[in-house]
Write a protein of this length. Structure first.
Length: 430
């Protein structure tokens, strides 16, 4: 069932039952009115035909009692007598009749000689008007009742039909408070069943997003710990040894400078300089891996080329093509996001896809920076999107933070195409 048909069916049945009730009331009133009309006419005809009652004053007076006849006035008076006060009052039309342009003067009076008196029969429009007014008021009251009951039935039908909204609202509240499922009941109406299905899909997507967020948080913490351990080992192994060698050479110079040969001192100085230059180069390499310098300036293009060149030098057996057009100066966040995106894409191509050919393209299109990295490896876009690792999840978050977007698609002929778009933000000024 759907909502429209359900509401239409319920309201139609309710209105039909209501019409039957009011129709029965109206038919009963019509029947009583017709019976009263027939009885009044029969009494008038019987009065005119019954000679015995006309000769008996008491029976005639009882037959002429008020309320015995409809729409006519029947009075018994002496010949030539003046109309009674009630007659004069009755001759005056009511105010509402005058306002409607009606009058009591609508017919001629008929007089019948009864013994020594006259029986006067004249039309009574006021009686007809009062009867119609009473009937109209009854119809008006019935119409008001009908409208009120219809509104009540409509309210009840709509409220009953929309009662599942409370369950939907409760399910959304459960999702908002951190629950993984909305726990919605089954709905008979098609519209609410469709909404419940969408809510369940939303709950599933939200649950996956929360799992991805938790997994990303754990992976980021692991990466942070690994970077710290790697940095500590680098400092201990490389810098510790170099500093120890420099310290030992400096101590030798300090203790033997007054009697050592000049060539020996020169060799010691050359050794200190060599170690210092090696430490300086290693520091620059560490700093570049942690955060490349000059990305937000005009060196963005050179930094990307240098990153690709580093991979080309380490992997001479792989074909890595690089086409990077001139790029504008961007903010530090956008520049770092673009650099990390290319770094992560190249890492995935080399470590996971087993690609032999990699192509890198970057440039400015439509006011946005577009980066595309494609390979001919064994990866599939659907698998990467469904089982994204910490690198891709972190990359999506990094791009989203600067207003960028990441898209993964399959490459014609095999492989994966990673496309990233980033906005060109104005360089930050201090």
């Amino acid at each position: 069932m759907d909502l429209r048909r359900t509401l239409l069916t319920r309201l139609t049945l309710a209105f039909a039952a209501l019409l039957l009730v009011f129709g029965g009331v109206w038919l009963q009133d019509l029947r009583q009115d017709a019976l009263a009309e027939q009885q009044a006419t029969s009494r008038l005809v019987a009065l005119l035909l019954d000679k015995s009652s006309l000769d008996a004053p008491q029976q005639l007076a009882a037959a002429l009692a008020p309320g015995q006849f409809r729409h006519v006035s029947v009075q018994l008076a002496n010949p030539g007598a003046e109309p009674q006060a009630a007659d004069v009052t009755a001759a005056e039309p009511p105010r509402l009749m005058r306002w409607l342009g009606l009058s009591n003067e609508v017919g001629q009076a008929h007089r019948i000689r009864v013994g020594g008196q006259e029986l006067t029969i004249r039309p009574d429009p006021g009686s007809e008007f009062r009867e119609k007014l009473t009937d109209s008021l009854q119809v008006l009251v019935m119409l008001v009742l009908f409208c009120g009951i219809c509104l009540g039935l409509t309210w009840f039908a709509v409220d009953h039909a929309l009662s599942p909204v409370k369950e939907l609202n409760a399910g959304l509240v459960r999702l908002a408070t951190g629950e993984d499922q909305a726990r919605l009941p089954g709905f008979a109406l098609r519209e609410f069943a469709a909404i419940a299905q969408v809510v369940d899909q939303l709950a599933e997507s939200l649950s996956r997003a929360r799992d991805s967020q938790r997994r990303l948080t754990r992976q980021l913490m692991d990466v942070q710990d690994q970077e710290r351990r790697a940095l500590a080992a680098e400092l201990h192994d490389e810098f510790g040894q170099s500093l120890t060698a420099i310290s030992a050479t400096a101590a030798y110079i300090e203790h033997h400078a007054h009697h050592a040969e000049a060539a020996t001192l020169t060799d010691c100085a050359r050794e200190i300089g060599s170690e210092s230059r090696r430490i300086s180069g290693h520091v620059r390499q560490l700093l570049t891996s942690l955060r490349p310098y000059g990305l937000e300036d005009s060196g963005m293009r050179e930094a990307l080329r240098e990153l690709v060149a580093g991979w080309q030098a380490r992997l001479p057996d792989r074909q890595i093509d690089c086409h990077i057009a001139p790029l504008p100066a961007v903010s530090a966040d956008v520049a770092l996001a673009l650099y990390r995106c290319l770094q992560e894409a190249l890492t995935n191509c080399v470590r996971h896809s087993g690609a032999q050919c990699i192509e890198v393209q970057a440039g400015l299109q439509g006011g946005r920076i577009h980066l595309t990295v494609s390979d001919n490896g064994s990866g599939q876009a659907q698998t990467l999107q469904r089982q994204a690792g910490g690198g891709l999840l972190g990359l999506r978050e990094r791009l989203a933070m600067v207003g960028g977007h990441l898209q993964i698609s399959d490459r014609a002929g095999g492989g994966v195409v990673l496309s990233a778009t980033l906005p060109v933000q104005a360089k930050e000024t201090l």
